[in-house]
Design a protein around this ligand. Structure first.
Ligand code: SF4
Length: 215
């Protein structure tokens, strides 16, 4: 991990900040392309910017972001060593769910970020990132959280969204455990290679994503 800026990624983020490809552009203060290490081993993908993220142009800076920092620290992961982004880069009004056409319009940016950063693992946070990146048939995070999916050489681990777990003690314990498991999984991948992974079989066969087609 060099921590050097990636000019192609910076160009992409400039494009995102000027994007008007879906209606969400109209209500944004700032687009939120993502933030973190440009050649991170781990990417985290949430749902969309909230109020504070929209104001600051940065992902996960509110209460859920503070909880995410705590989760990463407890799993032995430094926030400045990961890259954090969302499925949609502009805030949905009143924090409503992103609509299918908005996710579809923004998906090309997310796939391009993955292709440029080339992470070893992507932790999806919540059901929208799960359905967008792992399998659109997987709409219930409670059935697949903490499992590992290998797609085009990248390990995908679905996790609950930190905002959902923030005020729910049972989900807090679950996401802490899942994040630690995912971190250990990646450490084994980096030291022992792909042969040892994943240790849990997915319940549904994930579709293959043409990640490298989106450059
Ligand atoms: S949400 Fe994505 S597709 Fe829609 S305007 Fe923002 S950057 Fe463009």
């Amino acid at each position: 991990m060099s921590r050097a800026p990636n000019p192609a990624l910076e160009d992409l983020h400039r494009e995102i900040r000027a994007c008007r490809a879906c209606g969400l552009h109209a209500g944004r203060t700032n687009a939120v392309p993502g933030h973190g290490c440009h050649d991170a081993d781990i990417m985290l993908v949430g749902e969309g910017p909230g109020y504070h993220e929209d104001q600051q142009g940065l992902p996960f800076v509110g209460a859920a972001g503070r909880f995410l920092n705590e989760l990463l620290a407890r799993a032995g992961i430094k926030r400045d060593e990961v890259f954090i982004t969302n499925v949609v880069k502009c805030r949905p009004p009143n924090n409503r769910d992103p609509q299918p056409q908005e996710i579809s319009a923004c998906k090309e940016y997310l796939l391009a970020q993955i292709a440029l950063i080339k992470p070893r693992a992507v932790f999806t946070l919540g059901r929208f990132a799960l359905a967008t990146l792992v399998d659109e048939r997987l709409t219930s995070i409670s059935r697949v959280h903490g499992k590992a999916y290998r797609i085009s050489g990248i390990i995908y681990v679905p996790l609950y969204h930190p905002a959902a777990a923030l005020h729910n003690e049972r989900l807090r314990d679950t996401i802490v455990e899942d994040m630690s498991h995912a971190s250990a999984l990646l450490r084994r991948e980096l030291t022992e290679g792909p042969e040892a992974q994943p240790e849990k079989a997915p319940k549904a066969e994930p579709k293959q994503l043409g990640l490298l087609d989106v450059q």
